[in-house]
Design a protein around this ligand. Sequence first.
Ligand code: PRP
Ligand code: URA
Length: 207
Amino acid sequence: MDVLVVDHPLAQTRLTAMRRTETESGVFRASLHELTTMVVYEAARLFAIEKYPIETPVARTEGTRLANPPLIVPVLRAGLGMADAALALLPESSMGFVGLARDEETHEPRAYMESLPADLSGQPVLVLDPMLATGGSLIHCCELLADRGCTDIIVCCVLAAPEGVERLRNSGLPLRLITASIDEGLNEKAYIVPGLGDAGDRQFGGM
Ligand code: PRP
Ligand code: URA
């Protein structure tokens, strides 16, 4: 599995704002929005492009467009904070949704929503979830996509734990991973260390 870490200075300053406990939710959401723009920009290098004839006011030349714009799939809740930035860069894309909540005891994902096209064969998919911890949630999401015939999944994260990266790598799913950081590991509650806490709560408040 290909893994790309976006270690650009501007990505790291947004990530730093997100990590800090004192960062309030408005700044946290704005930082996630900006960081998503950078992560998706890097992810887009993986998209196939095609050339087509265009005319400038001066001459005929070749233009460039995405050969097959990806379906964007934010994993609710936390991935919702990445959706606007991704759609702004990819206005030709449409969007599906997967809702997952991790059980606090078992750390296993519980699915509460899915809204995806029935057939994803030939359709690249861009999955958005800021956090890859144990990997359970992203594997669940990517299995839903693979079950619908998807063979080209790009996962965009903000933070990943090595344990989650390894689990994705061993899953055999057809995916590539882009993240702004691979942190040290997981604590006993399966939170990423040093991490940023609960990405859903920090954006939207506790449930
Ligand atoms: C968070 C996060 C991921 C998941 C990562 O969501 O957004 O989806 O945890 O953990 P994992 O890799 O161990 O599965 P959470 O379940 O807390 O729901 P939320 O987005 O509604 O806060
Ligand atoms: N989900 C989060 O929001 N944060 C973590 O550190 C792990 C899972």
